[in-house]
Design a protein around this ligand. Structure first.
Ligand code: ATP
Ligand code: MG
Length: 556
């Protein structure tokens, strides 16, 4: 079999290749990623980013970053900055950064042209009244009583909408298209509204009348020269309106063409920016970068890598059918990525002392262990070893059933990973009956790597020398929601939050982790992958559980 299987193209790549063959747009490929800066990017945005930037990269085109910042009530520079940071982290470079707000004057001029052409009018009805008159997809809407207002009056009122003389919500500018159109978006869509309550993050209080997203979006693509305007399926029904607006003023044949793919939904989480904001504002998570969040910064803090996200996006692909992706696939991707990268270390979550009675008092030796058997260049390290070590409490059982292969008095031999073979002789308990010490003997001829170590032993356990470990705070994350599809729940989403989504513990970890930096990855043997948290300091090591070792995806 070939080493490299030639990957088939996704349907948008097929379109692009066909356009290139036909010489469309003189072979020019230009895309854009157009976030509204009203929240942090999430893994769904990553899917769009890999598409938009990926197409440009693959076909020698350019991809611009455009902030669709038409609603000052929800937008902020904090989001502008975080969006740029996250795209960079994912490994993409934009050609230019643009803002829809840079086009406010151009858009205004087009609105004036539409008014002058008798294709737009000022409506003084409330948003509720306008909504009520929309009709349904099968029944036509009702025309506004202001629909046939004289052009001069429309022009005058439109100016006033922008000077502060008109209160928020008192008037809107609507396109005069067709109240009976089968496409609801053609039923005199709102083009402009008044917002005086919030200054714009870039234009301040210069404008009071703001274009609606539907009026600004398609035009912005046109102004920039976008060739392939790629977005998600919910915009299919908006496409004819974007085209209509552009047809009203375009004087060349060039048009940006919109193509839509399926949105990413992942089980056990929410990806609406509104709901994520609510989680943050109500303190239900520790911020946008809480490692339980599906945000890019949350995933990064949790220990996800750009490579793992790329692998995941590649596996899910692009189609024209919406669906739900199992979160265990995302977990599979990070596990696969960290496998050859993360050093494997011993960590003990519930330690109990183990004394090797026949090991010489005061003796210390060093055991060589592989940093990562899945990586040839990872090398080895030395772990101190002596008479007293710690093991996981669960690796000992006083009265064990027959099939318990770990330590039990008089039981089978057990291997201490990278050290010796031992056998349990007994234990000591406190007044309450808790085990305080486990006693064993060791076979000095079984040191790891020696001939004697090759003896067959059913089980291997982890250990830490009392002088070879440090304490660390470990944050064990689980799914944020208890149900697969919280977004489809009609009731209060608080009911669905998993109250056990974070458990904080103290564990003993190898001294090898001393000085580890935020973002460093480790595999805790038998437990999972952990990543040093950004709050970690030289005095207090903090690690986030990125993912457990148990792979639910491969088992499917
Ligand atoms: P809102 O929920 O506030 O409308 P949004 O999630 O659509 O926001 P935008 O900032 O408008 O966010 O999105 C920027 C781009 O990312 C758009 O092209 C949009 O289609 C795409 N996108 C957003 N969410 C997803 C998702 N879950 N899967 C794939 N692409 C997405
Ligand atoms: Mg949107």
């Amino acid at each position: 079999m070939e080493n490299e299987v030639k990957k088939s193209l996704n349907f948008i790549e097929e379109i692009v290749e066909k356009d290139l063959q036909e010489g469309k747009n003189d072979g020019r490929i230009q895309t854009r990623f157009p976030p509204e800066p009203n929240g942090y990017l999430h893994i769904g945005h990553a899917k769009a980013i890999f598409m938009d930037f990926g197409i440009a990269k693959k076909y020698n085109g350019i991809c611009n970053l455009r902030f669709d910042d038409t609603n000052p009530t929800k937008e902020d520079v904090e989001y502008v900055d975080s969006i740029q940071e996250d795209i960079n982290w994912l490994g993409f470079k934009w050609a230019n950064v643009y803002y829809a707000s840079d086009y406010f004057q151009q858009l205004w001029d087009l609105a004036i042209k539409l008014i002058k052409d008798g294709k737009a009018y000022i409506d003084e009805q409330s948003a509720e009244e306008i909504a009520k008159q929309k009709g349904t997809p099968t029944t036509p809407g009702i025309e506004s009583p202001y629909r046939n207002r004289p052009i001069e009056e429309n022009l005058e009122l439109f100016q006033k909408m922008n000077t502060g003389e008109i209160a928020d919500g008192a008037m809107v500018l609507r396109a005069k298209i067709d109240m009976a159109s089968p496409n609801m978006h053609f039923r005199d869509p709102i083009m402009y509204r008044v917002i005086t309550t919030h200054p714009h993050h870039r234009t301040g209080t210069e404008w009071k009348a703001y274009p609606m997203y539907d009026f600004a979006h398609g035009q912005s693509d046109y102004f920039e020269g976008v060739t392939h305007s790629i977005c998600t399926l919910e915009f299919v029904v908006h496409r004819p309106l974007y085209d209509w607006f552009i047809d009203q003023f375009a004087d060349t044949d060039y048009r940006p063409h919109q193509y839509e793919f399926n949105r990413l939904n992942i089980s056990y989480t929410v990806m609406s920016k509104r709901k994520m904001l609510q989680l943050v504002q109500e303190g239900l998570v520790a911020g946008w970068d809480d490692p339980r969040m599906p945000t890019i910064c949350g995933l990064r803090r949790r220990g996800y890598t750009p490579e793992a996200i790329a692998d995941f996006i590649d596996r899910i692909g692009y189609t024209k059918v919406d669906g739900m992706i199992d979160v265990s696939l995302l977990e599979h991707s990070i596990r696969e990525d960290l496998k050859p990268k993360a050093h494997r270390v011993s960590a003990i979550f519930d330690p109990v002392k183990l004394v090797i009675t026949n090991y010489p008092d005061g003796q210390k030796e060093y055991m060589t262990t592989d940093n990562n058997p899945d990586c040839e260049t990872a090398g080895t390290r030395e772990m101190p070893f002596s008479k007293e070590i710690f093991i996981e409490r669960g690796d000992f059982m006083e009265d064990a059933p027959k099939d318990f292969y770990r330590l039990t008095p008089g039981g089978r031999e057990v291997r201490l990973k990278s050290a010796y073979i031992i056998q349990c002789t007994g234990c000591e308990k406190d007044a309450e009956g808790n085990i305080t010490t486990v006693y064993c003997t060791y076979d000095p001829d079984t040191k790891s790597g020696s001939e004697g170590s090759k003896r067959k032993v059913k089980s291997t356990i982890n250990w830490l020398d009392k002088d070879g470990c440090i304490e660390a705070e470990v944050r064990l994350y689980d799914r944020l929601f208890k149900v697969e599809d919280p977004a489809s729940y009609d009731g209060d989403f608080h009911d669905l939050l998993n109250e056990n989504s974070l458990e904080v513990k103290t564990a003993l970890v190898e001294k090898h982790l001393d000085g580890a930096k935020p973002g460093d990855h480790f595999q805790f043997l038998k437990v999972g992958y952990f990543t040093v948290d950004k709050d970690s300091t030289a005095d207090k090591l903090i690690l986030n559980r990125t993912v457990s070792l148990k792979d639910n995806w491969s088992k499917k």
